[in-house]
Design a binder for this molecule. Structure first.
Ligand SMILES: [Fe+2]
Length: 152
């Protein structure tokens, strides 16, 4: 394999990690949309839904970048679970602010993942992925900002 092939393989692999994280973050955000309780219910219920919709919208674009690069992508909930770095949260009685904190931390980590993939896209000479990563980074930083300000 040439170094270009190696760069492309690393990019495909990291995009599959991003896809797994996107599905997992989508479901965790929906989980909190469904289970949040307390005085801020209305605002958080709506905010979590907006964030979940945004994350879900990434999934098809990420998967199709993998296919356009010639790779294979996620096939099942099992393949997502095996790959994601987003921790499950199955406690439906979690305090509303604890939900906000978890999503803030997950979205902050997600920004780091995106930045690492941007480097790989640069090494692989993949301009299309590089440009899309910028949009997703801005969206993710916006989600982290909203969540951070709620915690202030
Ligand atoms: Fe809903």
């Amino acid at each position: 394999m040439t170094s270009k092939d190696n760069s492309k393989a690393a990019l495909i692999d990291s995009l599959n990690g991003l896809l797994a994280d996107s599905f997992a973050l989508y479901l965790k955000t929906k989980n909190f949309h469904w289970h949040v309780r307390g005085p801020q219910f209305h605002d958080l219920h709506l905010l979590f839904d907006t964030h979940a919709t945004e994350v879900f919208a990434m999934t098809d674009l990420v998967a199709e970048r993998v296919r356009k690069l010639g790779g294979k992508t996620m096939t099942s909930i099992g393949s997502i679970a095996a790959r994601t770095t987003i921790a499950d949260e199955d406690d439906t009685s979690l305090d509303a602010m604890a939900m906000v904190r978890q999503l803030f931390e997950d979205n902050t980590a997600f920004v780091g993942t995106l930045k690492a993939i941007k480097e790989l896209a640069g090494e692989a000479g993949d301009n299309a992925t590089d440009g899309m990563i910028d949009d997703w980074t801005d969206q993710t930083e916006q989600r982290a900002w909203f969540l951070r300000e709620i915690l202030a």
